[in-house]
Design a protein around this ligand. Structure first.
Ligand code: PLP
Length: 284
């Protein structure tokens, strides 16, 4: 079914949406993106995504292409035009189209593209059954805190996991887990402490991560922000990942070792419920 998408100020059927072959997003992956979940036709954690977008752009010396208020209105209009109740809005900003040159062009209009995806987020097989993960060496660049569209490293990692019959990969550096291919990674120790890598340039500063850690603290759960190894993760009581459209998703196997009896554990289930409840309540 054809969607209405947004391209540089226009709402058009997806078949009619075009951008230049000289777009620097296409030539250099010179662009950043955001993905916002939609529940009940409303945006979850929109403000956090907007703040991170501005930060990613700033790190690449780009301004916001439109104001935060205008962005909100574009998201809402797309939700309305596509009758979306559950799914996501994808947004991408690039430095725009210019003759190919590594140096940034001056005064080139940025490209702004948004589209929706209609899909169930709450009731999913992943949430019911959990994920099997494979550890792989992290081959990405060193500014993973910037949400750029250069995602080939994670794509290859995910394909390696799939080739081995797993669902996702955890990317490891110097023996410690950075994050999943498109999510932040967590373990829950036998003592019930939630452990996740501290924020740095090594990982994306997940918007869901921030919200989940807040929800966990409010529920009286203990949280430690520090790196952990695959060996420590394999000894953990439970494990999970978080991302905007997967929320809190259980991990039930790491490199062939089952966790919590190979089924989603109780603390992860509780955290997921709490996050979805809070996310729905605060959605705009
Ligand atoms: N880490 C990586 C590498 C990601 O690509 C993502 C999401 O796409 C996340 C973490 C989770 O971030 P968020 O919770 O903001 O979706």
């Amino acid at each position: 079914m054809s969607r209405i998408v947004y391209v540089n100020g226009a709402y058009v059927p997806e078949e009619e949406a075009t951008i230049s072959i000289f777009d620097r997003g296409f030539i250099f992956a010179d662009g950043v993106y955001e993905v916002t979940a939609i529940l009940d036709g409303k945006l979850v954690d929109f403000e956090g995504h907007c703040v991170r977008l501005e930060r990613s752009l700033g790190e690449l010396k780009m301004p916001m292409p439109v104001t935060a208020e205008e962005l909100l209105e574009i998201h809402r209009e797309l939700i309305r035009k596509n009758n979306l109740t559950e799914g996501l809005v994808y947004l991408q900003v690039t430095r725009g189209a210019a003759d190919r040159d590594f140096a940034f062009p001056k005064d080139t209009p940025q490209t702004l593209v948004l589209f929706t995806q209609n899909k169930p987020l709450v009731d999913t097989p992943m949430a019911r059954n959990g994920l099997k993960v494979l550890s792989v060496e992290d081959m990405r660049w060193s500014r993973r805190d910037i949400k750029t569209v250069q995602l080939l490293g994670p794509c290859l990692a995910k394909m390696e996991a799939k080739a081995q019959g797993k669902d996702d990969a955890w990317m490891v550096e110097d023996g410690l887990v950075n994050e999943g291919t498109s999510n932040n990674a967590y373990i829950i120790t036998k003592e019930g402490t939630i452990v996740t890598r501290h924020l740095s340039n090594s990982i994306l500063h997940g918007i869901t991560r921030k919200a989940v850690l807040k929800v966990a603290a409010e529920a009286g759960m203990n949280v430690e922000e520090r790196p952990f190894s695959i060996e420590e993760a394999q000894q953990a009581a439970e494990a999970f990942v978080t991302a905007a459209t997967t929320f809190v998703c259980p991990v039930v196997e790491i490199d062939g070792v089952p966790l919590s009896g190979g089924k989603p554990g109780p603390m992860v289930k509780r955290l997921r419920e709490l996050y979805v409840e809070e996310g729905r309540k605060a959605a705009i």
